[in-house]
Structures are given as structure tokens and as C-alpha cells.
Design a protein around this ligand. Structure first.
Ligand code: SAM
Length: 349
């Protein structure tokens, strides 16, 4: 069953009884969820200023972290409900001891068409071969600046060269989908939009410019560094007046191609949230909580039921009912409950 999301929340709610199928995950507005993002950990080897303080955060205790078997179980039940795309994120997924076998398990799960990772790529160079062999189809690499000094300022680590080596390794091994995530900070890296866009000249990659979001305790985004998707597009248009609109994934608001360039440029309105109608994402945190929207902090626990011996049907019910309750958009979600997590690393960016 696929239903269109319409424009007014009040007039397009469908009732749970009308949602007869238990073979897919849908919500009261008819959105169908086929894309599962699993945070495999919260720890990270970087300390990006908009994400985590230098001393780290209150990391989830290891006994509360999902194990490889528990993640496999979630992969199985969700794929039986129509999930066909998986992304492992974190924290930093490449420092998870079993990330390669998790990719392999996900890739071998019937119904899963593609497995992806979001990473800072610092450890990628030596892992990309095994990740590809395990079935990895796509990688999103987070690099906010191409300037070594700025990289140190933003990540608090002087290892831009490692991240670039990782990116180059992904390109040279020929991974199907390679995207670079750039969180745009006004007055810091907005002067690099052109340099990043130029990377698409020779390489069939997508460079994604992302709005800063308010998910950090330090609230960097209140310091005037937020730059809207609209302003990012304006600036890109000044540099590349002949860039043309093209197509991309659900959350890539505006996707461009510069004539004769091999790759694409995308602008992601992560904070402006005008893509909620197209949302097809389920998020599960590393401590096993389902978040039905990035901005929804009323999470549903799936890990405890797994540990209590819940059946596949029990777990499917939890997935279905959690997603059913998704609000019309991220603004409504944000108003329901005060955020309790204090870093994207806890949610799984
Ligand atoms: N460590 C991995 C990485 O760096 O890609 C995966 C986790 S990280 C939390 C995922 C993405 O979230 C990164 O692209 C990061 O830049 C982004 N992110 C973290 N905090 C953010 C914030 N406050 N606003 C926007 N993006 C954020």
C-alpha cells in the first residue's frame, strides 16, 4: 500500500485500522519506511565542535549497546517489513570492532538491496577493500574543510590527510556511491563551497552541503554560524550560474550538476526540514531506541524486548507502531518533548 502524503496534517490522517498490511512500515500520513539507519556506537575518534565536546559525552555503557547479534535480528525483522536500504552510522562506525561483518550480514540479509556507511574516513584507507568485499555499496564521507588548519579547528584533530586518503581510496576502488558531507558554517567554511563543488569536475561523486543542526550541548549553531540551504544555494549560483537541476535521493533538497562535470552537488535542508513529506527513514540508536524522526526525542525501545526474548512478531509490532506515530513533520516532533540527547553521535547522524 502506498499513499501520498498531502499538504495538511489535519485532513490526511489515516486510521491505524485502515493500515491493514503488516508487511510494511507506514505511518498515519501514508509514508512508507524502507530505509533503516543504525548507529552502531556513540564513540568517535574526532571531536567536531558542533557535535561533541573535547572530553566526549556520557557514552552509552557497553552493556546497553546493541551487539552484533542484536543488530542482525533488527536487520532481519525490518527487511521482512520492506526495509531495503541500510546505513551504518555512529559515533564512528569504522571504530566498531565488527563493522565489516555487520556490512556482510546486512548485505546477505534477504530483501536488503544496498548497504551504506557514514564515516569520517580517517581509518578508511585500510578498510575499504574488505568493506567492498563485504558488500558495501555506498559511503558518505564527512569532511567539512579542505584546509588542514581549519580541519584541526573543527575536528580538534590534525588528520585531514588521513580523511583525504580515505576518500581517495573509496574513489579508486570504484565504490558505487560516494558522497561527501559538508556541514556549512557561516564565516568558517562557506568560502570553500566552490572548492568542494570543483571536486565533482573529475569525480562521479556527490558533494552535499548540509545545514547545521541544534544537536549539541555547546549550541554552536546559536553563534551565528548557521547558514540556510537557501543562502547556500544563492552562493553556489553566484559561482556556477549555469549549474542545472538534476535528481538525487529523498533528502537531497536541491541537486545540481555543473555542465560537463562528472558529479553532483546537493543542498540538504537538515534544519529547515522541508522534505518531511518524502521521509522514508527509520533511525535506531546504538542503545537500541527507535527514533521515528531525527527531531523526535520520544523514542521506543526495541533492545529490551529483544533481550527479553521477544518474537519476530513482537519486534515487528514495535517497529510498525513506533513509525505509525511519526508526526507530520520535524517541527511538530520537536515540540512534543524536550531533547534529551546532547550530540548527533548519540542519535546517529
Ligand atoms: N562519524 C561519522 C561521520 O563523521 O560521518 C558518522 C556520525 S556523524 C554524527 C554523522 C554526520 O552528522 C556527519 O556528517 C556530521 O558532520 C553530522 N553532524 C553532527 N552534528 C551535526 C550538527 N549539529 N549539525 C549538522 N550535522 C551534524
Amino acid at each position: 500500500m502506498r499513499m501520498k502524503v498531502q499538504t495538511h496534517a489535519s485532513c490526511n490522517r489515516i486510521t491505524e485500522s485502515k493500515c491493514s498490511s503488516n508487511r510494511q512500515i507506514i505511518d498515519q500520513f501514508g509514508r512508507v519506511f524502507t530505509y533503516l539507519r543504525i548507529a552502531v556506537n556513540q564513540d568517535c575518534n574526532l571531536r567536531c565542535i558542533y557535535c561533541m565536546p573535547e572530553k566526549g559525552i556520557r557514552f552509552v555503557k557497553s552493556k546497553n549497546k546493541m551487539s552484533q547479534n542484536e543488530i542482525s535480528r533488527i536487520l532481519k525483522v525490518s527487511s521482512e517489513l520492506g526495509v531495503n536500504k541500510i546505513r551504518f552510522t555512529g559515533g564512528e562506525p569504522l571504530i566498531h570492532p565488527h563493522i565489516i561483518s555487520l556490512v556482510e550480514i546486512a548485505n546477505k540479509t534477504p530483501g536488503i538491496d544496498s548497504v551504506h556507511i557514514t564515516t569520517n574516513a580517517v581509518f578508511l584507507k585500510n578498510m575499504i577493500g574488505n568493506l567492498k568485499k563485504a558488500g558495501l555499496k555506498g559511503i558518505n564521507i564527512s569532511i567539512d574543510t579542505l584546509d588542514m588548519k581549519k580541519y584541526l579547528l573543527i575536528t580538534r584533530r590534525n588528520i585531514l590527510n588521513k580523511a583525504i586518503e580515505g576518500l581517495e581510496a573509496a574513489i579508486s576502488i570504484g565504490l558505487q556511491s560516494i558522497k561527501i558531507n559538508v556541514v556549512v558554517l557561516r564565516g568558517f567554511n562557506d568560502c570553500e563551497l566552490k572548492d568542494f563543488a570543483e571536486l565533482t569536475k573529475e569525480h562521479p561523486i556527490t558533494v552535499r552541503f548540509i545545514e547545521l543542526m541544534p544537536f549539541d550541548d555547546n549550541q554552536i549553531w546559536r553563534t551565528g554560524k548557521f547558514m540556510s540551504a537557501y543562502d547556500i544555494k544563492q552562493k553556489l549560483n553566484e559561482y556556477f550560474p549555469n549549474m542545472a537541476l538534476t535528481f538525487g535521493s529523498n533528502t537531497e533538497h536541491t541537486i545540481y550538476n555543473i555542465p560537463n562535470y562528472k558529479g553532483k552537488i546537493a543542498v540538504i535542508p537538515a534544519f529547515s526540514r522541508n522534505l518531511c513529506a518524502q521521509c522514508n527513514r527509520i533511525r535506531i540508536t546504538s542503545d537500541g531506541k527507535i527514533r521515528n524522526c531525527l527531531f523526535a526525542s520520544n523514542e521506543n525501545d526495541i533492545l529490551s524486548p529483544i533481550r527479553r526474548g521477544g518474537s519476530d512478531i513482537d519486534l515487528k509490532r514495535i517497529l510498525i507502531s513506533s513509525m505509525w506515530k511519526k508526526t507530520y513533520n520535524g517541527w511538530e516532533a520537536q515540540n512534543l518533548k524536550k531533547e534529551t540527547r546532547n550530540s548527533m553521535a548519540q542519535i546517529g547522524g
